[in-house]
Design a protein around this ligand. Structure first.
Ligand code: CO
Length: 287
């Protein structure tokens, strides 16, 4: 079968939103323009050097039916849940949290001279795993393999595999690939992506041409932008005089109905009602 390059399906400009106790975020999935990119429910990019914009953080809040993936570039985020788990994620670390049947947690950015920057992605869980036991995979920066090519391209593999190098996050239902890719100026990058999987790139530094062909065409994307890729086997990225850094994320779509209510994502409205009853009765996320 001939290899099919993925083309650009949509380009999304992130929208500023305020969440938690007043934290400013830029949201590119989970908005009116891109409500759901099956299996991805939400993508937030946070970046600030002003403590007033983030120190109030995300006080105690619930999640059910999803996974939240927090990847910190700069600064530190403390977290604590009502099941007794707690910890801290710093620069380069990732926390892949499977909320399953329910967790109630707080996520508190720490004020540091370098400010804070990072991402939170929500990945949907299939119906059969929505009520699974909560699970954390917390990976320190040093445990995330980084592939360095001769041309200076650097790829951090959080989950999935690149050239036989596998990321440390495992056992995720959507069989995702999550890469942090840096391509220097005047270079190119090709990454195979399984056909049929949903895929996007989130460009957060610099610019590059995406979906380029042999002649070097493609569409120039400057940060910050989300690029939704159409189906195919691979994506090609070419830089000019500016380097680029982006997340490249893909995963198997679930093709299931969703009922969404804030931090709860289930399959039916009845399951949402049930969740709200548990929350009122104080039986949600109890050991
Ligand atoms: Co949360």
């Amino acid at each position: 079968m001939k290899s099919l390059p993925r083309q650009i399906e949509k380009i999304i400009e992130p929208e500023p939103v305020i969440e938690g106790a007043g934290v400013r975020l830029n949201r590119s999935i989970g908005t009116d323009r891109l409500d759901y990119l099956d299996p991805f429910l939400l993508l937030d990019h946070f970046a600030s050097s002003d403590p007033r914009e983030y120190q109030a953080g995300f006080p105690l809040h619930p999640h059910r039916g999803i996974e939240t993936v927090t990847y910190v570039l700069r600064g530190e985020v403390h977290h604590k849940d009502t099941l007794g788990n707690s910890g801290s994620i710093g620069a380069g670390d990732v926390q892949w949290m499977t909320a399953g049947r329910g967790i109630m947690h707080e996520e508190m950015p720490q004020v540091r001279p370098e400010g804070i920057a990072g991402f939170q992605l929500w990945v949907n869980l299939p119906a059969k795993l929505k009520m699974t036991k909560p699970r954390y995979q917390e990976i320190r920066s040093g445990k995330i393999p980084e592939l360095k090519n001769e041309d200076g391209t650097k790829i951090r593999v959080i989950t999935g595999a690149v050239d036989g190098l596998s990321g440390p996050v495992t056992g995720i239902a959507a069989n995702p690939t999550y890469l942090d890719v840096f391509v220097p100026a005047h270079a190119s990058f090709i990454q195979p992506i399984e056909r049929g999987h949903t895929a996007f790139a989130y460009v957060f530094e610099g610019e590059a041409r995406f979906a380029a062909d042999e002649k070097g065409d493609g569409t120039k994307i400057s940060s910050p932008r989300l690029v939704v890729l159409g189906d195919g086997d691979q994506v090609k990225v070419i830089t000019g005089k500016t380097p680029v850094r982006f997340l490249l994320v893909s995963g198997k779509p679930l093709h299931e109905p969703i009922a969404r209510y804030g931090p709860f994502v289930m399959n039916t409205e009845e399951e949402i009602r049930q969740t709200l009853i548990e929350l009122r009765q104080g039986t949600f996320a109890t050991a």
